[in-house]
Design a protein around this ligand. Structure first.
Ligand code: NDP
Length: 451
C-alpha cells in the first residue's frame, strides 16, 4: 500500500478547511493544513465577524435615538473611530489565535504558505512537497471588481476594515449582501451613503415583496437609491472620487465601495495540471464534493454552487471528513432550505422559496403576510415597519418559504428554518402558541391568506 505523509491535506484555513481538518483529525486521520494568510479566512478576518461587530457598533446610534422616545436625555454622542477599529481588530486577532489553538489541540499540522497541486496526491508549499491520500481545496473566494476605467480608485470589502477615518460620504456599487450591509453600517454610523445598482430593486434572488420593503426602509433611513444605473468610470478629483454612470450623471464620494460579487480564489493552484475541471472559474464537484480528480475534494466558496455562506462551507467540510474517514455515519449534504440573513438595518432573513421561485417551480401558493410597527417603536418617532411573509403550498399546506424584514430577523428565522427544512404544515404553525408580546409571534398568528 502507498505510504503518504498525511491522510488529508487541506489547502486553505478558512471556515470550511479548518472545520474539515479538525473533524478528520478527530476521526483518527493524520491531517495537515496550509494557509497563506491569517487563519480564519474571509468569515473571521475580513467578513462575517468584523462586519457583524460593525453592525452592532452602528446599531447603538439608532437605539440612542429611540431611547429619547422613552424619556432618556442624552448628551452628545460621538464615535471614537480609532477605538472602534482597534477593539474590533483586537477581537479578530483573539479569534485567529483560537483557530490556531483548535488546530494544534486537534493535532493538525499547520503549514504557512501558498499551497498548489503538484499531482493528485501532492501539495507543494513554499518549495516543499507533502503527500496525502486525499487533498481538500477550501480556498474560498475573493471580491471582484468591474473592469471599468478608474476601478483602482474603489475599494472592496477586504479593504473596508482598514479605514483610518470614517468617510463623510460613501458610494456603494452593487446592492447584494455586501453592498447593502456596508451601506447600512456606514449609514447607521452617520456617513452619507448612496447605493448604485443596475436593476430597479435591490437584493436580487430574494422575495420581491421583501426587496421592495427593504428598499423603502433603507431609503427612509437616508440611503440614496441610485437604481437602474451602471457605473462606467471612476475618477479621482482632489480628495474624493466621482463615479460616472451610463445615464450620463456623476456621483461624488469620499470612498467608493465596489461590491459586485466574489470569485473563487483558485489562482495558482494548478488545477488544470491535475485534471480538475472548472466552470466559470469555480471548481466542479459531485454530490460528495469530489472534484474530477478522484483524490481531490473541494468545499465552500471556491466550488460551483448557489451559496457562498460560512455555515454551508462548514457543513460541507464536515461532510467530506465524515465521508472519507467515517463512512458509516456519512450524511449527504442537502441544499434544501438554506437560511441566510442580510445584516442591514432593519435586518432581512429568508429560508426556502420566495413567492416567485415557488410559482416558477409550479406550486400554487397561499401567501400570508403582515407589515406592522414593532411595539418597541410605538413610543418613538421611528416609522420603521417590520414585514413578515409565509409562502405556503395550497395543495399540501406545506411551508415553502419564510421571509422577514425587521429587527433580529436572523435570530427569529433560525428556529423557523427548522420548520421549513422539515416541511411542516401551516396548520402546525396555527397550533403553536405565540410568545406575547414579541414580533415573532406574528409568524404563528397569521390566519388569512392574501387574495
Ligand atoms: P451578490 O451576488 O450578493 O451581489 C452582487 C451585486 O452586484 C448585485 O447587486 C448585482 O446586481 C451586482 N452586479 C454584479 N455584476 C454586476 C455588473 N457586471 N455590473 C453591475 N452590477 C453588478 O455579491 P456580494 O459581493 O454582495 O456578496 C458575495 C456573496 O458573499 C453573497 O452572494 C453571499 O453569499 C456572501 N455574503 C453573505 C453574507 C451574509 O450571509 N450575511 C454577507 C456578505 C456576503 P444584480 O442584482 O443585478 O445581479
Amino acid at each position: 500500500m502507498v505510504q503518504y505523509d498525511y491522510d488529508l491535506f487541506v489547502i486553505g484555513g478558512g471556515s470550511g478547511g479548518i472545520r474539515s481538518a479538525r473533524w478528520a483529525s478527530q476521526l483518527g486521520a493524520k491531517v495537515a493544513l496550509c494557509e497563506k494568510d491569517r487563519l480564519g479566512g474571509t468569515c473571521v478576518i475580513r467578513g462575517c465577524i468584523p462586519k457583524k461587530l460593525m453592525v452592532y457598533g452602528g446599531s447603538f446610534k439608532k437605539n440612542f435615538e429611540l431611547a429619547k422616545g422613552y424619556g432618556w436625555k442624552l448628551n452628545s454622542m460621538n464615535l471614537d473611530w480609532t477605538q472602534f477599529n482597534s477593539v474590533r481588530n483586537k477581537e479578530i486577532a483573539r479569534l485567529e489565535s483560537i483557530y490556531n489553538n483548535i488546530l494544534t489541540n486537534n493535532k493538525v499540522d499547520c503549514i504557512s504558505g501558498h499551497g498548489s497541486l503538484k499531482d493528485d496526491h501532492t501539495v507543494e508549499v513554499e518549495g516543499k512537497s507533502y503527500t496525502a491520500r486525499y487533498i481538500l481545496i477550501a480556498v474560498g473566494g475573493w471580491p471582484s471588481k468591474l473592469a471599468i476605467e478608474g476601478a483602482e480608485h474603489s475599494i472592496t470589502s477586504n479593504e473596508i476594515f482598514n479605514l483610518e477615518k470614517q468617510p463623510q460620504s460613501l458610494l456603494v456599487l452593487g446592492a447584494g449582501y455586501i453592498g447593502l450591509e456596508f451601506a447600512s453600517i456606514f449609514n447607521s454610523l452617520g456617513t452619507d451613503v448612496s447605493l448604485m445598482f443596475r436593476k430597479d430593486l435591490i437584493l436580487s434572488g430574494f422575495d420581491k415583496d421583501v426587496r421592495k420593503h427593504l428598499q423603502n426602509e433603507l431609503s427612509l433611513q437616508g440611503i440614496a437609491m441610485l437604481s437602474q444605473r451602471n457605473p462606467i468610470a471612476i475618477e479621482k478629483q482632489d480628495q474624493n472620487f466621482v463615479v460616472r454612470d451610463d445615464k450620463g450623471e456623476a456621483w461624488r464620494g469620499d470612498l467608493i465601495l465596489m461590491a459586485i460579487g466574489r470569485k473563487a480564489n483558485i489562482k495558482g493552484l494548478n488545477l488544470s495540471g491535475v485534471g480538475i475541471k472548472t466552470q466559470s472559474d469555480q471548481i466542479l464537484v459531485n454530490d460528495k464534493f469530489q472534484t474530477t480528480s478522484p483524490s481531490v475534494y473541494a468545499v465552500g466558496d471556491c466550488i460551483q454552487q448557489a451559496y457562498q455562506l460560512t455555515p454551508v462551507a462548514l457543513n460541507q467540510g464536515m461532510c467530506v471528513s465524515e465521508y472519507l474517514f467515517n463512512k458509516t455515519s456519512y450524511r449527504k449534504f442537502s441544499y434544501h432550505s438554506v437560511p441566510s440573513a442580510v445584516f442591514t438595518q432593519p435586518e432581512t432573513s429568508a429560508v426556502g422559496l420566495s413567492e416567485e421561485q415557488a410559482v416558477k417551480r409550479g406550486y400554487e401558493v397561499k401567501v400570508y403576510e403582515s407589515a406592522f410597527r414593532a411595539l418597541k417603536l410605538t413610543l418613538t418617532q421611528s416609522k420603521e415597519k417590520t414585514y413578515m411573509k409565509w409562502v405556503v403550498c395550497k395543495k399540501t399546506d406545506e411551508l415553502l418559504g419564510c421571509h422577514i424584514v425587521g429587527e433580529n430577523a436572523g435570530e427569529i428565522l433560525q428556529g423557523f428554518a427548522v420548520a421549513v427544512k422539515n416541511r411542516i404544515k401551516k396548520s402546525d404553525l396555527d397550533q403553536t402558541i405565540g410568545i406575547h408580546p414579541t414580533s415573532a409571534e406574528e409568524l404563528v398568528t397569521m390566519r388569512t391568506a392574501r387574495d
